[in-house]
Design a protein around this ligand. Structure first.
Ligand SMILES: C[S@@+](CC[C@H](N)C(=O)[O-])C[C@H]1O[C@@H](n2cnc3c(N)ncnc32)[C@H](O)[C@@H]1O
Length: 249
């Protein structure tokens, strides 16, 4: 989605977006941030901060907080929500054009590397790398393509209980919006919007190419129900997930 599309989403963000901060979501981010020593002497940056849900938490834990987003509306809302925190500075910035060099001890991108272009994703990750100080830590959350494929399988299995295979496959594809996914590029497409979903192997490949080391990948786990958005529930099966990534410069 482009800046304008994110601008227009700012007012009904909660209706549209599945968030790793919703109640019940198992998000490794906080336990990973806890492990960082001497945070009160350190700087953190969140790129693609949206409304800056992490604002008060980061402000209390770190010496300084830089936050930015390419959507003017998101920046406006982030500024409003963090006006009482003097160590937070918020700017309009595009992840693919960041000006920072060895500036931060910790950088975060939480579901903001969503651009459909392979090259733009790489550029975004290179910029996160460049923004980090040597030895610094980077944490990412990105949508998981494998989670979508897993849900497709659950849907097909359900259809197979009631239909012969050919019809079950057809029904499962229809019910999972199969036509809207490009499994080669890892895209979800809806009208004029395209959003990137990541395969685990892509994450490792991109990060290694940028120079990141100590790459570890875990899951952000979304319980079935409201936290999983419009996906049909399978309460007896393992839930859906985003990828949580930690790595270092
Ligand atoms: C799903 S929201 C996540 C917001 C926030 N990180 C959170 O977790 O609540 C994605 C955000 O990334 C921003 N974004 C998308 N592409 C961007 C880019 N190229 N540069 C900067 N921000 C971007 C959008 O404007 C939006 O605010």
């Amino acid at each position: 989605m482009n800046q304008k599309q994110w601008d227009s989403l700012a007012d009904h963000y909660h209706d549209e977006i599945i968030s790793p901060y919703y109640a019940g979501v198992k998000n490794p981010l906080f336990s990973e941030l806890k492990k960082i020593k001497d945070k009160k002497k350190k700087s953190v940056a969140e790129f693609g901060c949206g409304m800056l849900y992490l604002g008060s938490y980061l402000s209390e834990e770190f010496k300084t907080v830089h936050a930015s987003d390419f959507s003017s509306e998101m920046v406006r809302k982030a500024k409003k929500s963090s006006s009482g925190f003097p160590n937070i500075s918020i700017k309009k910035e595009d992840i693919t054009k960041l000006p920072h060099s060895s500036a931060f001890d910790v950088v975060l991108s939480i579901n903001s590397l969503l651009m459909p272009s392979f090259e733009q994703v790489k550029l975004g990750l290179q910029n996160l790398y460049k923004s980090l100080k040597k030895g610094g830590s980077c944490f990412l959350i990105v949508p998981s393509m494998e989670s979508v494929l897993y849900h497709n399988m659950l849907m097909l299995d359900k259809e197979l209980h009631a239909k012969e295979e050919k019809n079950a496959v057809r029904a499962a594809k229809r019910k999972t919006d199969h036509d809207r996914y490009d499994y080669f590029l890892g895209h979800y497409k809806d009208a004029s919007e395209r959003q990137k979903f990541f395969y685990e192997h892509e994450i490792r490949f991109f990060l290694k190419q940028c120079g990141f080391t100590d790459i570890k990948i875990k899951k952000v786990i979304y319980p079935w129900g409201e936290a999983s958005g419009d996906y049909q529930d399978f309460p007896d099966e393992d839930p859906l997930w985003d990828w949580f990534v930690s790595c270092r410069k």
